[in-house]
Design a protein around this ligand. Structure first.
Ligand code: ACO
Length: 380
């Protein structure tokens, strides 16, 4: 393999054909199954988005009704899942780790993929919000709330967190968020999911692996820290000195920069609009104004400290703003990202299953050669 070029982050490597989404980093565009993100994210319900990703077509009213109903049937979690979440809450396990462990317990109740792949997939998407909401309540020392079948996916999640019927504005904001993050090309967690099903493993195993990939701070773990940064700064007059100090220490500003988007992150634009609408009726307007001011200063300073790196606001900054406005605590940001992205993971699993080709790249060995075995007692 002399002369082989290694792309250590797999940058620019095309590893799959997909009909699910197209990410154009140079143009700053995201297309979901043929629809520009801006045309669909704020209009579709989450159920419609899942249907689109899994069927490559928007549902008719009848199809949507049936699909949404099927999604409600797999919401109740088992006592084993609750016991595991309760144990995790006792140790104050981070929410993504608790979700990762609890998602694996769905093997106890998810219909086997071999019998009915669609029921298996619906059951995963239906159960994850219940696991997330139950854990959040257990962390607060409260009992989980049972799912309601008369509410849509997003509304039911908010209901299970609080026990209150959410406002229409909060439901729409959350639907927009879930639709916005539902899929995004061959990102790290989606690639993980595809690798797992390419071995003919099942979709739930793929989702568990994908959660492990998503929870890293360079992927789905950024919005919590982005919100913390805004809260820590606290007032506009402290923003510049705070951000300068961070950059001088060589730290990364959470919510800025992207591997692919070097012009704009279209998801950030969609969420920015959704946040602007939400904060007109809900949430803390002063906080919202402060966040916008911090963004303005951060972009100026990133340009000063990292010229030419083309660092823009990414989806995670506006995720922090929007989900904070919806009333979610920061520890639920990454799990809530999971509830949206699971739709894309499963769509990719279905696509990969149709291709049925094991993903197995190669590595270039650069270690020692021709070493001789030395018995342990002779080693120094
Ligand atoms: N703050 C400060 N500097 C930054 C930032 C940032 N947020 N992002 C990149 N840089 C700098 C790097 O330090 C590097 O500087 P150098 O050339 O002086 O070494 C340069 O910009 C290029 O950075 P890379 O790491 O090569 O860029 P990459 O494309 O690999 O990184 C990433 C993308 C990981 C998202 C990065 O921008 C980052 O760490 N951002 C902060 C974390 C974040 O917001 N993550 C969420 C991403 S969105 C998502 O995954 C859904």
């Amino acid at each position: 393999m002399t002369g082989t070029q290694i792309r250590s982050g797999l940058d620019g490597v095309i590893a799959a054909e997909t009909r699910i989404s197209r990410v154009d980093g140079d143009a700053g565009e995201l297309v979901i199954a043929g629809y520009p993100l801006e045309a669909i994210a704020d209009r579709a319900t989450f159920e419609e988005m899942v249907y689109l990703l899994w069927h490559d077509a928007l549902p008719t009213p009848g199809q949507l009704k049936m699909f949404a109903k099927e999604l409600t049937t797999g919401r109740d979690i088992s006592t084993s899942s609750i016991a595991l979440l309760a144990a995790a809450a006792k140790y104050r396990t981070p929410a993504m780790e608790a979700l990762l462990m609890a998602a694996a317990t769905l093997h106890l109740q998810t219909p086997p993929v071999a019998e009915n792949a669609m029921a298996h997939a619906l059951s995963i998407v239906g159960h994850l919000p219940t696991l997330t909401a139950a854990y959040s309540r257990l962390l607060d020392g409260r009992d989980p709330i049972a799912a309601r079948s008369d509410l849509g996916h997003a509304a039911n999640y908010l209901y299970m967190l609080t026990g209150w019927d959410p406002t229409a504005e909060k439901i729409r904001a959350l639907e927009t968020y879930l639709c916005t993050v539902a899929d995004h090309g061959l990102n790290a967690s989606t690639f993980t999911a595809r690798v797992i099903v390419s071995t003919r493993s099942d979709m739930l195993s793929a989702v568990v692996g994908a959660i492990g990939a998503l929870k890293g701070p360079l992927h789905g773990g950024a919005p919590g820290p982005a919100l913390e940064m805004i809260l820590e700064i606290g007032s506009a007059d402290r923003a510049e000195s705070y951000l300068r100090r961070a950059l001088e220490r060589g730290e990364r500003l959470m919510g800025f920069g992207h591997r692919i988007y070097k012009v704009r992150d279209p998801r950030a634009d969609v969420l920015a609009e959704a946040a602007s609408r939400l904060y007109q009726t809900e949430g803390d307007r002063q906080f919202y104004a402060l966040a916008l001011e911090i963004e303005r200063i951060a972009l100026r300073l990133l340009d000063e400290y990292k010229p030419g790196r083309r660092l823009h606001t990414n989806v995670e900054f506006y995720t922090a703003l929007l989900l904070h406005g919806v009333g979610l605590p920061p520890h639920l940001f990454a799990p809530t990202f999971t509830l949206g992205r699971v739709a894309g993971w499963i769509a990719h699993c279905m696509e990969q299953q149709r291709i049925d080709r094991l993903i197995r790249p190669q590595s270039l060995y650069v270690g020692a050669r021709d070493r001789r075995w030395v018995p342990v007692e002779e080693r120094e």
